[in-house]
Design a protein around this ligand. Structure first.
Ligand SMILES: NC(=O)c1ccc[n+]([C@@H]2O[C@H](COP(=O)([O-])OP(=O)(O)OC[C@H]3O[C@@H](n4cnc5c(N)ncnc54)[C@H](OP(=O)(O)O)[C@@H]3O)[C@@H](O)[C@H]2O)c1
Length: 259
């Protein structure tokens, strides 16, 4: 296996779920760690979540892999963002250029930080398929180890070019929005409809959606976000084999098309 690959595993996103509420972060991150989650994704854009995550990881930092981002076109501000992250986390396992903002300008100095051992891997993210041409250009430089893109049964644009390219170049794929920002969960299928997925360890609709993404062998890591400790544990349980085959993936797609 390529040593750059990160999974397949379930991580935890931090957008819009605990922000600067360090108490809530401690509960959610603690439940995720207890359930075996080791990868935590954040960003300077997430309203205080980076600092809350750092507080939650204060003890168990060595067990965790921190994925965060540089999100600014200003070189000075970017260095402040990294300095804050190094103060909070000591090092950054995956530093991603958020929404590809000024990626050509940031890449050289981030590579120096990588050489110095303060950053382990470099990546890029974008939430919109309209940016995928630019993302292909960035990945073709072969200077990035990870790519973060949206994927769920109702949002599959990355399957056309980005997943094949990531596979070709050995780039680890991190999936944002695996639950469609929660929209896919509003009217879940019945217990009866989910029953064929029970042999795969799936008992809830959220788990079915997460396992659907992870069962694509080109996907490394899904990072569902939640403000609820019980859901963090529920989601983590989707990160273990057996993986879905074509029939189970088609069933999830069919069920999702009715939501
Ligand atoms: N969305 C983006 O554009 C974007 C962009 C860049 C990066 N990211 C990264 O990707 C991560 C994940 O994406 P996302 O947060 O946008 O969306 P998501 O993970 O697809 O969905 C999160 C929503 O699902 C709900 N949820 C989670 N687990 C659940 C469960 N087991 N049962 C019922 N509801 C559940 C959460 O509500 P509760 O809090 O009520 O559980 C939350 O509202 C982000 O947190 C961030 O780290 C996202």
């Amino acid at each position: 296996m390529d040593e750059r690959r990160l999974g397949p595993v379930v991580g935890l996103g931090t957008w819009n779920t605990f922000g600067s509420d360090a108490g809530r972060a401690g509960e959610v991150v603690g439940a995720a760690l207890d359930a075996g989650v080791r990868s935590f994704d954040s960003s300077p854009m997430y309203g205080g979540a980076e600092a809350s995550l750092a507080a939650a990881l204060d003890g168990p930092r060595e067990e965790a892999r921190v994925l965060t981002k540089i999100w600014t076109s200003s070189p000075d501000e970017a260095r402040v963002q990294l300095a804050n992250q190094l103060r909070w986390y000591g090092r950054v396992e995956v530093e991603q250029i958020h929404n590809l903002v000024a990626w050509q300008a940031h890449l050289p100095w981030l590579e120096e930080e990588h050489e110095a051992g303060r950053i382990e891997r470099l990546g890029v993210t974008h939430h919109s398929a309209s940016a995928f041409d630019e993302m292909v250009r960035a990945l073709r430089t072969e200077r990035f180890d990870t790519v973060q893109i949206p994927l769920n049964p109702q949002e599959r644009a990355c399957e056309r070019r980005l997943l094949p390219l990531a596979e070709e170049l050995g780039i680890a794929v991190i999936v944002m929005r695996p639950l469609g920002e929660g929209a896919l969960l509003r009217s879940p299928p019945s217990v009866e409809e989910l029953r064929p997925l029970a042999p795969f360890g799936v008992t809830t609709w959220a788990q079915a959606l997460l396992k659907w993404s992870l069962s694509d062998p080109r996907v490394d890591l899904v990072i569902p976000a939640t403000s609820c400790p019980e859901r963090a544990a529920e989601n983590a349980a989707a990160g273990a084999p057996p993986w879905f085959g074509d029939d189970e993936r088609r069933l999830v797609e069919e069920l999702a098309s009715r939501r």
